[in-house]
Design a protein around this ligand. Structure first.
Ligand code: HEM
Length: 525
């Protein structure tokens, strides 16, 4: 029988081997240097790596900001992460601009398709997916979004009308609701109908799939960390629970594909499913592909939308935002409801700036690349930092968003017109837009960014045209570690607390934390 001593010996042996192999550093050529290594010099590399992992998981913002202060724009976090973090906007753009033959992403996307979304390896590694990737990207381009945005908008209008009716039926002519939950639930339905159509959404609601989505989504950080082999998923309780949620979603998706995608006859989801059938995939295999879209659709935008609404209604630019919204053409002469289309949404520069500012402040995105060939990372072309082949480079967008000089004196504050050309000048506002990397960048940039932006503008427009929102009090979620949206909480208004268990996964989520708001029919005009 193997005893504790043998186990300790084996673990010690592995740690020693890792320490010896990972401590050997390559010799960089010429006038370039290696990135500094994280952690106290006297500790072995694996211990430094574990320290980094623990700090990242416990206090993302403070850890990331301290990396840049203590090590500069690039730092190597040793095994088990074994990643090179890039912490400065200019260098991040160098990574985004590198050719895929040097810094690649496809292998990671393919691997995630299996270890997170459950596709069989033969599909995630097969040639069919290579044919689907470009069709998928085109399917979410602006040109293809009129119909999804129209469907999304129709549902949000109906939900707001329902809320108005509820308000009118009450003697106090007001309701007090958890506003984040209301926005997230509304977005869940509207966005599902937007991309997947009404019939699928109806089946989703009937099966209570939003809860299953949340269970799967809660396991996402562990799955994406790639630390737990798939064979052990059933033994790790949060992942096992996530897998139950995933299975429930597969079952509804598979049946819907089996039935011939009722309620949907165009768009990216329709095209993907048809391509899957043409490749000879089973309905369940197609369901695994569609799950990736359902996750991307719902994991970020609803949270960003509720943060945006709360920022604006508590800011001193609310009246200006309303002026812009009120200037939209009306649906008819006897209504104040605006025409909400991709075209009208594009005519609101202040609202666009508020959306960008919210995505800047309320996201943390890690864009990962595999280093295929030795690479020198340099801002100026002179000297630079040597990155050897075989490593992983990770663009840490959050640090650039909070520390780069171009944001001015108060980068941790929400300033709605920070991106407005009229206010900042054309050069600065377009430089800021280029450096806003909340949707990632380069070959892995968020394909849904146009849809997400349109959704955020649409729901904001419909709510502010019809309702007055007064935030009253914060509600905590005792189950999750929580924190302010930024390390130095400079926002004086109310916002739900940020779930700190999701470093680098896009828009901040809030668990069950919320803000109770008083909602009345809009009075001001
Ligand atoms: C505010 C809302 C959103 C935020 C902040 C966001 C953010 C991100 C980020 C950070 C990435 C990874 C980028 C990288 O690795 O460089 C990503 C990928 C992706 N997003 Fe979004 N996203 C949002 C909404 C959406 C929506 C509504 C969709 C629609 C389906 C979507 C579809 C995708 C897809 C398909 C990818 C994968 C791209 C790839 O692997 O190449 N996203 N998103």
């Amino acid at each position: 029988m193997v005893g504790v001593f043998e186990y300790a010996l084996a673990i010690g042996g592995i740690a020693l081997c890792v320490s010896l192999t990972t401590s050997r550093r390559p010799n960089p050529p010429g006038n370039v240097s290696l990135p500094p290594v994280y952690g106290p010099w006297y500790l072995p590399y694996p211990i430094r790596g574990f320290l980094a992992m623990a700090k990242l998981g416990m206090d993302e913002d403070n850890f990331l900001l301290s990396l840049r202060r203590d090590y500069g724009p690039v730092v190597h976090l040793p095994w088990p992460l074994n990643q090179i973090f890039v912490l400065d906007g200019t260098l991040i753009h160098k990574v985004y601009g590198a050719p895929s033959s040097t810094l690649s992403f496809t292998a990671i996307r393919r691997k995630f398709q299996t270890i997170i979304f459950g596709s069989p390896w033969k599909i995630s590694q097969g040639p069919g997916l290579a044919r689907m990737f470009p069709v998928h990207a085109k399917g979410l381009a602006n040109l293809r979004l009129d119909a999804p945005v129209e469907r999304f908008t129709r549902i949000v209008q109906a939900k707001v009308a329902q809320l108005k009716e509820q308000i009118e039926s009450l003697p106090e002519q007001a309701v007090e609701i958890p506003i984040t939950k209301w926005v997230i639930d509304t977005m869940f339905e509207a966005a599902t109908i937007g991309l997947f159509g009404e019939e699928f959404c109806e089946r989703t609601l009937k099966a209570g799939l939003q809860q299953d989505f949340n269970r799967f989504d809660a396991s996402f950080p562990l799955l994406a960390a790639e630390m737990i082999p798939m064979a052990l998923y059933p033994l790790v309780p949060p992942i096992a629970d996530g897998m139950k949620g995933r299975e429930a979603m597969f079952s509804v998706l598979t049946q819907w594909v089996e039935d011939g995608l009722p309620g949907l006859d165009e768009g990216v989801i329709h095209d993907m499913a048809q391509m899957g059938l043409a490749e000879g995939y089973t309905s369940r295999e197609i369901a695994t592909l569609l799950l990736g879209d359902l996750w991307a659709l719902q994991a970020n935008a609803p949270y960003a939308a509720s943060a945006l609404l709360l920022y604006i209604v508590q800011s001193n630019i609310l009246d200006q935002v309303r002026e812009e919204i009120d200037a939209l053409p009306k649906q008819s002469e006897d209504t104040s409801d605006p025409v909400v289309t991709l075209k009208t949404l594009a005519s609101m520069p202040l609202v666009a700036s508020c959306v960008q500012e919210t995505v800047r402040l309320n996201t943390s995105s890690f864009s990962i690349r595999v280093v295929e060939k030795d690479f020198v990372l340099s801002a100026s072309g002179e000297g630079g930092i040597f990155i050897p082949a075989g490593m992983r480079v990770v663009c840490i967008t959050r640090v650039g968003h909070l520390m780069d000089e171009l944001w001015g004196a108060n980068p941790e504050s929400w300033i709605g017109d920070r991106f407005l050309a009229e206010k900042q000048g054309d050069a600065l506002s377009s430089k800021r837009s280029r450096e806003m990397n909340g949707f990632g960048g380069g070959i892995s940039i968020c394909e849904g960014r146009h849809l997400a932006t349109a959704e955020l503008k649409s729901i904001l427009t419909i709510i502010l045209s019809n309702l007055d929102i007064t935030p009253l009090k914060h509600v905590a979620d005792p189950r999750i570690p929580i924190g302010p949206a930024t390390a130095n909480n400079v926002w004086k208004g109310l916002q739900p607390s940020r779930d700190l268990t999701r470093p680098g996964l896009g828009a901040f989520q809030f668990g069950a934390s919320d803000v109770i708001a008083r909602v009345t029919k809009r009075k001001s005009s």
